[in-house]
Ligand binder design. Structure first.
Ligand SMILES: Nc1nc2c(c(=O)[nH]1)N[C@H]1C(S)=C(S)[C@@H](COP(=O)(O)O)O[C@H]1N2
Ligand SMILES: [Mo]
Length: 358
């Protein structure tokens, strides 16, 4: 499909208009930082209209000194910049057989940006967190009525929690993306960036930070964005957290035609959580033989790593199946088969991409 056709908005694939869900065509990926205009957009409710002047961020709950911040207050605080990859927990859902409900993401509900803002730890310290606190709820300004049968009645805001230790470790409250003011669809004026976690935790349009003394069991970490962890016959609902290791092929893309008997550059990106990508392998024969790809560009914690492979295409024309597989410094790699307890999320099993040699 051409990028100016009706299925596209600003060069991104439309996966939903109300609420707005836009996917980056993954075949665009050939640089470490994803330009803001290509970055995927995931929303659950209408995008709130927020003005800097009237906006406040409330910090409360199990703290000695609850307070409110204005936008200007944030700009005066110590800032930090970091590069982080965000991936939607439902990325690759389009590849599941049989089909499951949810936004039908292909390869591109993922992107890497440079985020600047104030470490959450600074805001928490200022509030003086009480001993006994264990969880930090981040709440967005966006909300509405839910449709699913097990919904709570009335309005629900998009909210999720992070354990206090993680909240203090590396969570950033970002007001800039790629060196410019955070765009509206990405959470203006302020969003969280939770490195290494699926992006549902990176709450946009922040309005409240609430410290609690017991783990939060809100809608978006129990009824939604959770999976079944099995302990023998006992199944326990666990909120999604860390991104699972994955490699994706940017080019050639599924259905592409490549010349026979020539050198074709196969390239893409690979990522994991709290570890380094140490190896990306590529099979060009459907998975019988694996060749090591070259890791290129920068290696930064909780950011994807680009890779490439020089493929000597067969002399004989026909269909070829490409599969990429990543391994990280903790020895983790991707499963061959889909684990059905993961429901509609955490899709990181090996994905075959079929191309035609001609
Ligand atoms: N307030 C709020 N924050 C949110 C969401 C949302 O709908 N509302 N969606 C989450 C999900 S599921 C994802 S994948 C990321 C997407 O961030 P992006 O749109 O900047 O790519 O935002 C997260 N933060
Ligand atoms: Mo998501």
């Amino acid at each position: 499909m051409a990028e100016n056709s009706p299925g596209f908005i600003d060069g991104k694939i439309v996966r939903g208009e109300d609420p707005l869900n836009l996917e980056m065509p993954f075949s665009k990926v050939d640089q470490f930082i994803t330009p803001t205009e290509w970055f995927y957009v995931r929303t659950h409710f209408p995008i709130p209209k927020i003005e800097k002047r009237g906006w406040r961020l409330r910090v409360e709950g199990e703290v000695e000194r609850p307070y409110e911040l204005r936008y200007d207050d944030l700009l005066k605080m110590k800032s930090r910049t970091m590069v982080t990859t965000l991936e939607c927990a439902g990325n690759n859902r389009n590849f599941l057989e049989p089909k499951v409900k949810g936004v039908q993401w292909g390869l591109g509900a993922v992107g890497t940006a440079e985020w600047s803002g104030v470490p959450l730890s600074i805001l928490l310290d200022r509030a003086e967190v009480k001993s006994g606190a264990c969880d930090v709820i981040l709440e967005g300004m966006d909300g509405g009525e839910l449709q699913e049968p097990k919904r709570p009645s009335g309005n629900v805001h998009f909210a999720r929690s992070i354990p206090l230790a993680k909240a203090r470790e590396d969570v950033l409250l970002a007001y800039q993306m790629n060196g410019a003011e955070l765009p509206r669809q990405h959470g203006f004026p302020l969003r969280a960036i939770v490195p290494g976690w699926y992006a549902m935790a990176s709450i946009k349009w922040l309005r409240r930070i609430m410290v609690t003394s017991k783990p939060f069991t809100g809608y978006f970490q129990t009824m939604d964005y959770a999976y079944w962890a099995k302990h023998g016959d006992l199944a326990e609902l666990v909120p999604l957290t860390a991104m699972q290791i994955k490699a994706e092929i940017a080019r050639p893309a599924a259905g592409d035609i490549v010349p026979a008997n020539s050198n074709v550059r196969v390239h893409g990106a690979a990522w994991t959580s709290d570890a380094e990508i140490t190896k990306v392998e590529l099979a060009t024969d459907g998975g019988s033989t694996w060749n090591e790809a070259k890791l290129i560009g920068e290696a930064k914690p909780n950011a994807w790593r680009l890779w490439e492979f020089d493929w000597e295409t067969p002399a004989k024309p026909g269909k070829q199946t490409l599969i990429a597989r990543a391994t990280d410094s903790q020895g983790r790699t991707q499963p061959v088969e889909r684990d059905s307890d993961r429901g509609t999320y955490m899709i990181n099993h090996l994905l075959p991409i079929e191309v035609e040699v001609r």
